[in-house]
Design a binder for this molecule. Sequence first.
Ligand code: CP
Length: 324
Amino acid sequence: MRHLLDTASLSREDALAILDVAEDMSATQSRQVKKLPTLRGKTVVNLFFEDSTRTRISFEAAAKRLSADVINFAAKGSSVSKGESLQDTAQTLQAMGADAVVIRHGASGAPRTLATSGWITAGVVNAGDGTHEHPTQALLDAFTMRRRRYGGESRGRDLSGYRVAIVGDILHSRVARSNVWLLHTLGADVTLVAPPTLVPQDVSGWPVRVVYDLDEAIANRPDAVMMLRIQLERMRAAYFPTEREYARRWGLGSDRLRALPADSIVMHPGPMNRGLEISADAADSPRSTVLEQVSNGVSVRMAALYLLLAGEREDDMPGHPARA
Ligand code: CP
């Protein structure tokens, strides 16, 4: 794998390969093998032009657990504030020896520009670009669903017939877009649930059903309900009902939690607006996978970095006899 820019272009085989390598990575972590030597001598740069807690720290943990060196770059406090361009910033980091660049940027398409411009030779991983995609979030979400569905028998399996309701601010959500494409590729049935003003114009071309009523979506017995953060920072007043109205009509609270089938899971990519799209008792309930998603994110990002930087050398695989 040369770059990981989106899920729209990931084949079923590539997606399953990443999820299966993530299973191997997770197995090493649960055996208390804190560090693998696989990426010793490699340098991973975290290039973040937007804020992040989970994604940045998780990529850092993933790279360190594979013994790579990590350089963290935040645009705030850097020469970006003096007007330095993406090209010059990236080339500066490449000159410091970057083998992989993990980039989060407010502009949709920035990771692809970096990967295809010829400015740098490093592999590029999209850690969220504008409203376009957030592929490793969707991969860790799929990993979590697959684990919940198949437990220890997950390897090689897709999500055929798995029913997922993605609820909330679809319009601004790169997480929703990455999930829609990946879940479709893996055979899941996806329903989007949102106020009409938070559904993108081009949704008719997506492989999904759209409903505007969360209770209707819950009555259809989803296996997973993925609540999305209301992105208040990207919202214009005209788009959005009042917060109280939104919580009442599209929020997941105690009553809707009780109406879900007993084995349905509640997901959220974080950060959460507690009391808006999700109540505290839903977020903290035994059926919530919020923290499980965070833990799984490290394994998935280890897999992505491994496949990017160590290639497909089988004897490098964790668990391979040559490495035992
Ligand atoms: N889910 C997610 O991308 O969270 P962060 O913005 O904290 O990285």
